[in-house]
Design a protein around this ligand. Sequence first.
Ligand code: PMP
Length: 404
Amino acid sequence: RREVPHPWIELESRWGAHNYHPLPVVIARGEGVYVWDDQGRRYLDMLSAYSAVSHGHAHPRLVRALERQARKLAVTSRAVHNDRLPVLLKRLCEVFGFDRALPVNTGLEAVETALKAARRWAYRVKGVPVDQAEIIAARGNFHGRSIAILGLSSEPDYRDGFGPFPPGCVLVPYGDAQALERAITPRTAAFLVEPVQGEGGIIVPPEGYLAQCAEICRRHRVLLICDEVQTGLGRTGRLLACQHEGVQPDGVVLGKALGGGLLPVSAFLAREEVMQVFTPGSHGSTFGGNPLAAAVALEALEVMLEERFAERAQTLGARFLSGLRSIDSPLIRAVRGRGLMIGVEIDPARVNARALCQDLLARGILTLDTHGSVLRFAPPLVIDAERIDWAVARIREAFEQRGC
Ligand code: PMP
């Protein structure tokens, strides 16, 4: 731990808005599963920028794709066509099984895109009276922090002081399909859900939940939209986490790892009937679908498939989970997760989550807690068994050191 003030941290604190509370470390370089701080100390990256760096840092194929395209053409806007975006759209639809795709930049934007699509679909296809559409979401969700999306949040910390929020937002308990069915009205446009809640604390719903939700949505003519910004692209052991239950939603939101850990790239993928609600001018973004982003995302998809991210996450995730479950500590309340999206819930009354993260940092592991009670472990999917075992040993030591 640093005693002396750090120049970069001081500078950021002086000139930046204090909208984050980072660990006191300055990361200066990354390669594969490792990052190095400005003092040259190496850390195993178990956070992966909240699952955005599934390909590992500076993946050579992605860096090459980025460089090649940057020299050729980076940004045009959608005022004209380019030769990378159409290929990406086709590939996205083929790989994930949808009819059409709409590219934007960040996860939040892609969620907004999905919400806009769902509302228009409700008016133009389902016949809901205009401006009356309702969207249902699950408590504990995280879909981003725009004002519209915060309307669906149950988290006071995110919402406090930022209202008023848009009407038509309905919340149900996560993991309770019957509650979803009870909340549906003739005005319901969509149910927006994370197949595993990420920021909410790595919450895995009961088995069969998503399949039941899909059945209920179909029966009531409500769109099922899965937010796979964090769970998608192999993270949980399938290309999409909803595939664990054989569910094909009406729409899916992708982001984070789609940019290969290099760029912000996101997309909303949907069935024809949903996507056709967008007409020229009704939605878009200057940078959405730019050739640089498209070239990198295309390569990111190919790397994901060729390097078998889903299978790796499945096998290594099981190994990681059983390793973590073998740690016998009174500080641990639960170990849960799917694939390489894992949470260790600690007892915040007995140990400070931040302090544990600092201990792990001192032992060469970079990660952060969510809500002060769940340590998150989501390494790049290019990690191997040896490094998983190494991490389990360091995590065990950190818990042993804290004793009790
Ligand atoms: N949806 C989910 C499930 C997320 O985890 C996140 C980010 N943590 C977002 C949406 C928002 O993505 P972004 O930060 O890229 O806007």
